[in-house]
Design a protein around this ligand. Structure first.
Ligand code: P71
Length: 460
C-alpha cells in the first residue's frame, strides 16, 4: 500500500446529506427507548452509520445521470442490455439475470441446483445463502482454513478454502451428493477476508475433476481482486479488471448482491456461462423476480448498476476504499483497541471479549460495546456475538455461546471521510478509558429465529 501521506480521496463531494450529532442525554434516552438494540434507532438519530456496507454507498454523478436514461419498458430495456454487456465484459459470463438483491439470486441458484440431502461446500456461506440452502433441504458446509477462524493470526488470505477438507468432503459424500461449490469473495463472515487466486483455481480444478459446478458469491469481487494484486505473487502488475476476469474464469457463474461492489442502493445479479442453467434460472426468475430483462428492478436501477460495476474496478477508488478501512484499523491498533487482524475489505471488527474482559458472555459484552459506541458518539455498529449467534441447546436447554464476541464497523463506500474515522477512534479510546464501569445487558425479549434484529435488553 502507498504511504498514507500520498493518499486522499479520488473524488470531490458534489452533493451532501446533512447528519446531526445528538447530545449524550438524548442518546441515552433513545437507546433506552430502543431496548438497547440499535436496529430500533431511527437513522436520523445516528451520526456515523456503520450498521452495514450494503446498499449504503454513495453513487457517482455518472450513476445518478444514468437514472435519467432509465428505459422502463417491461421487456428489452436498453439498460438491461447495457448491464448484460458490462457483466459479460467483467466476468466473461454471457447469460445475465438481474434480481432485486443478492439473496434473490441465491434463491434462484439453490432452487435449481440443491436437492434434499445434498451438500453445498464453500469457504463460509453468508447467512442468507445458508438460509436458502437449508430451505431447499440442503446442508451448507463451511471449509475455510483454520487461520480464518483465529482472530489474532495474520494470514494474507484468511478467506481461503481448506483444500484438504474439500477433497475429504468429496471423498466422504461422493460428488453426486454435492450440489455445487460456492466461494464467497471476500469472505464476509470472518471479516471480509480475501480468497487467493491460487485457492480459487485449485478448488475449481478439483471441482471440475468431479463435475461439480463452482459459483462465486461475488458481492465484494473487486475488493477481493484488489487484495490479490496487493498480496499474491504474479499479480502485482495486473489490472483489477484482469484479475477479476481470471477469478470468474474458474467459475460456472456467480450470484451477487450489487449493493456492495455494484455501488448501488439496491440490485442483484445471477450470471452464468451455461445456457441450459440460465433457461432454468429464468423460469424461476420470472415467478420470483419479474421478466428476464428487469428482475424486480426499475430500468434506472439496472443502469446505475451497469455503471457502478465499472467504477468499482478503478484502482484509485479501491486503494482509497481499502486504505480507509486499513487506516481505521491501524489507528485503533495504535490505541490498543483489540480488532481482528489483518483488517478485511469492508470493515473493522472489534474483539469485545478482549475489550471488555470483565463482562461475561452471559451479559452480552459485544452488545454492551455497541450500546456504548452509540451513547458515546452516535455511532451505530452491529453485534456479531451472543445476541446474534447464542442459542439454547435443544436437549439440555443450556446456553451455547459463540466462540467470538465481535462488533462490526462496516464502512459504506465513498460516504464518510477520514475525519469520521478519527472520531470513531476517539470514541473507542474514550470508552476504553472507562471500560471498568461499562454495564452488561440482560435479554428481556427474543424472537424464535434471528433474535438480534428485534431483541430487547435491559442494562444490568
Ligand atoms: C451485510 C449484508 C447485508 C445483510 C444481509 C442479511 C442480514 C444482515 C445484513 C449481504 C450479503 C453478503 C454476501 C457475501 C449475500 C448477501 C445478501 N450482506 N452474500 O454484510 O454479504 O445480499 O442483502 O443483497 O440480499 O451487511 P442482499
Amino acid at each position: 500500500m502507498r504511504p498514507r501521506s500520498e493518499y486522499a480521496e479520488p473524488y470531490r463531494i458534489k452533493v451532501v446529506e446533512p447528519i446531526q450529532l445528538t447530545t449524550r442525554e438524548e442518546r441515552e434516552q433513545i437507546i433506552a427507548k430502543a431496548g438497547y438494540n440499535v436496529f430500533n434507532i431511527p437513522s436520523d438519530k445516528v451520526y456515523i452509520d456503520f450498521l452495514t456496507d450494503s446498499g449504503t454507498s454513495a453513487m457517482s454523478d455518472y450513476q445518478w445521470a444514468g437514472l435519467m436514461v432509465g428505459d422502463e419498458a417491461y421487456a428489452g430495456s436498453k439498460n438491461f442490455h447495457h448491464l448484460k454487456e458490462t457483466v459479460e465484459e467483467i466476468s466473461g459470463f454471457e447469460y445475465v439475470l438481474p434480481t432485486h438483491q443478492g439473496r434473490a439470486a441465491e434463491n434462484i441458484l439453490t432452487t435449481i441446483l440443491v436437492k434434499p440431502g445434498e451438500r453445498v461446500l464453500g469457504n463460509m456461506h453468508f447467512d442468507t445463502t445458508e438460509g436458502h440452502i437449508r430451505l431447499k433441504g440442503g446442508e451448507p458446509v463451511n471449509l475455510v482454513i483454520k487461520e480464518g477462524l483465529e482472530t489474532a493470526t495474520r494470514h494474507p488470505f484468511k478467506g481461503n478454502i481448506d483444500i484438504g477438507r474439500l477433497i475429504d468432503e468429496i471423498k466422504t459424500y461422493g460428488p453426486e451428493r454435492i450440489s455445487y461449490i460456492d466461494i464467497t469473495v471476500t469472505c464476509n463472515s470472518n471479516g471480509g477476508q480475501p480468497v487467493s487466486m491460487g485457492n480459487i483455481r485449485e478448488a475449481s480444478r478439483i471441482a471440475r475433476e468431479h463435475s461439480i459446478p463452482v459459483f462465486l458469491d461475488a458481492a465484494r469481487f473487486a475488493e477481493n481482486a484488489y487484495f490479490i494484486r496487493e498480496r499474491e505473487e504474479g499479480y502485482e502488475n495486473k489490472s483489477i479488471a484482469e484479475i477479476a476476469r481470471e477469478m470468474f474464469s474458474y467459475a460456472d457463474g456467480f450470484t451477487m448482491s450489487a449493493k456492495k461492489d455494484g455501488l448501488v442502493n439496491i440490485g442483484g445479479i445471477f450470471a452464468t456461462r451455461d445456457g441450459e442453467l440460465y433457461k432454468k434460472a429464468g423460469e424461476w426468475g420470472i415467478i420470483y423476480e419479474g421478466f428476464l430483462t428487469y428482475g424486480g428492478l426499475a430500468g434506472r436501477d439496472l443502469e446505475a448498476m451497469a455503471r457502478g460495476l465499472k467504477e468499482v474496478l478503478d484502482e484509485d477508488y479501491l486503494e482509497n476504499r481499502i486504505g480507509q478501512v486499513a487506516y481505521l484499523g491501524d489507528c485503533l491498533l495504535d490505541g490498543d483497541i483489540p480488532i481482528i487482524e489483518p483488517t478485511g475489505g469492508h470493515g473493522v471488527y472489534l474483539d469485545a471479549r478482549r475489550f471488555l474482559p470483565l463482562i461475561p458472555q452471559s451479559a452480552f459484552p459485544a452488545q454492551a460495546l455497541v450500546v456504548e459506541l452509540y451513547v458515546e458518539a452516535g455511532i451505530r455498529a452491529v453485534e456479531l456475538g451472543t445476541a446474534a449467534f447464542g442459542h439454547k441447546d435443544k436437549k439440555t436447554g443450556e446456553m451455547v455461546y459463540p466462540a467470538l464476541e465481535l462488533v462490526r464497523l462496516a464502512i459504506p463506500r465513498r460516504v464518510y471521510t477520514d475525519r469520521h474515522m478519527d472520531m470513531v477512534v476517539r470514541a473507542l479510546r474514550n470508552i476504553a478509558g472507562r471500560k471498568d464501569r461499562i454495564r452488561g445487558l440482560k435479554l428481556v425479549y427474543e424472537a424464535p429465529v434471528l433474535r438480534h434484529f428485534t431483541a430487547v435488553f435491559e442494562q444490568l
